[in-house]
Ligand binder design. Structure first.
Ligand SMILES: *Cc1c(COP(=O)(O)O)cnc(C)c1O
Length: 338
C-alpha cells in the first residue's frame, strides 16, 4: 500500500497513479494497446476533441471487498453507454471486451491504490475516448484514442449522508434532441457557469428543467433526480435529454425488488413536488446526494429535512453500497471481479 495516502480523508481529487491504459483506432481498426506510465497525452493540434468536442467519457468505481478481492460495479453498462455516446458523435464503437479488459488491466496494475475495505473509499476509474489527428473541417477525426486511468477517491460525504440544498437553474444543460443523453464534455462545459452561479449563492449545484417546456425536473447537476412519495413510490424523470445513470437504474431495481416499492419513470413537474417526502440525486461519484431543499424562483421548498436524511434514502444507500462492496448479495451480473 502507498504509505502517504490517508484513506479515510480522501476527497474527489486527481491523484496520479502509476499506470494507465492507452490504445488507438487507426485505419479502421483498434490497436492492441497497453499500459503506460505517462499521464500526458500527446495529440495533434487538429484533434476534433479539442475543436469540435468530439469526445466522451465514463466513470465507474472498483471496490475492495472484505475478503480482499476487487469488485467492479456493472462495467458492461458503462461499455454500452460509452458506445451510445460514441454513436451520437460519429466515433467508432469500442468492443465491450476491450473496454472492460482495459479497466481490469488498469485496476490490477494500480492495485496498491485500491483503498482498503472499511475505509469507505474506492478506486474511481475514468475511461476517456477522443477524436485525434490532423484535421480542421467539421467532420469525424481520422484517428481515435481510448484511455483509462484511475485514482483513489473518498466517500463523497465523509461524515455519512448529509442533505444539501439545490437551486432550479434558468439555464439548460442540453437541447431537447441534443446530446443530453450522451456523456460528453460539451454538456459539462455548458454546466460550469450555472454550477458556479449556484455555488455563489451557497447551493451545492443547480437542477435543470426539461429544455422544451421548463416545467419538469431533468438533471441535478451531473446526477439524476429521484423522489420518494408519501405512498412509498420511487419516481425518477424520463426524458431523451437525461443522461441514463447506471446508479439510477440500479436504485430503480433495488426500490422495486428489495424494498417492495412501486417504481415510476415519468414526468416530475415542478408544481407537483409536494408529493415527495424525500428527494435526492444519484450517480457513481456521490452514490446518493440527499436533497434538503430546493430554491424555486423566490420560494424555498424543504423536503424531508435540511439536516437529516430520510429513512428510504438511507435504505436505498445502504443496499446499493452494500452490494458494491460485496457485503450484500448482488443481483445477477452486477458484480464483475477484477
Ligand atoms: C455520469 C452522469 C450521471 C450519473 O451516471 P452514473 O452511471 O450513475 O454514474 C448523471 N448525470 C450526468 C449528466 C452524468 O454525466
Amino acid at each position: 500500500m502507498p504509505h502517504n495516502i490517508d484513506w479515510k480523508n480522501l476527497g474527489f481529487e486527481y491523484i496520479q497513479t502509476p499506470f494507465r491504459f492507452l490504445t488507438k483506432y487507426q485505419n479502421g481498426a483498434w490497436e492492441k494497446g497497453g499500459l503506460t506510465e505517462d499521464p500526458t497525452l500527446h495529440i495533434h493540434e487538429g484533434s476534433t476533441a479539442l475543436h469540435y468536442g468530439q469526445q466522451c467519457f465514463e466513470g465507474l468505481k472498483a471496490y475492495r471487498t472484505k475478503d480482499g478481492s476487487i469488485n467492479l460495479f456493472r462495467p458492461y453498462e458503462n461499455a454500452r453507454r460509452m458506445n451510445e455516446s460514441a454513436r451520437r458523435l460519429r466515433m467508432p464503437e469500442i468492443p465491450e471486451s476491450l473496454f472492460v479488459e482495459a479497466i481490469k488491466e488498469v485496476v490490477r496494475a494500480n492495485e496498491a491504490f485500491v483503498p482498503p475495505y472499511g475505509s469507505g473509499a474506492s478506486l474511481y476509474i475514468r475511461p476517456l475516448y477522443i477524436g485525434v489527428g490532423p484535421n480542421i473541417g467539421v467532420r469525424p477525426a481520422p484517428e481515435f484514442l481510448f484511455t483509462v486511468f484511475c485514482m483513489p477517491v473518498g466517500p463523497y460525504f465523509k461524515g455519512g449522508l448529509v442533505p444539501t440544498n439545490f437551486i432550479i437553474s434558468e439555464y439548460d444543460r442540453a437541447a431537447p434532441m441534443g446530446t443530453g443523453a450522451a456523456k460528453v464534455g460539451g454538456n459539462y462545459a455548458a454546466s460550469l457557469l450555472p454550477g458556479y452561479e449556484a455555488n455563489q449563492r451557497n447551493f451545492s449545484d443547480c437542477i435543470y428543467l426539461d429544455p422544451a417546456t421548463h416545467t419538469k425536473i431533468e438533471e441535478v447537476g451531473s446526477a439524476n433526480f429521484f423522489g420518494i412519495t408519501k405512498n412509498h413510490q420511487f419516481i425518477t424523470p424520463i426524458s431523451p435529454s437525461i443522461l441514463p445513470s447506471i446508479t439510477k437504474y440500479s436504485l430503480l431495481h433495488i426500490a422495486k425488488e428489495r424494498l417492495g416499492m412501486e417504481t415510476i419513470e415519468g414526468d416530475v413537474y415542478l408544481d407537483q413536488l409536494d408529493q415527495f417526502t424525500e428527494v435526492g440525486a444519484c450517480g457513481t461519484a456521490a452514490v446518493i446526494s440527499p436533497i434538503g431543499g430546493i430554491q424555486i424562483g423566490d420560494k424555498f421548498q424543504v423536503f424531508y429535512s435540511e439536516t437529516e436524511v430520510g429513512p428510504v434514502t438511507i435504505q436505498l444507500y445502504n443496499e446499493l453500497v452494500g452490494i458494491q462492496f460485496g457485503d450484500i448479495e448482488a443481483p445477477e451480473g452486477w458484480i464483475e471481479k477484477v
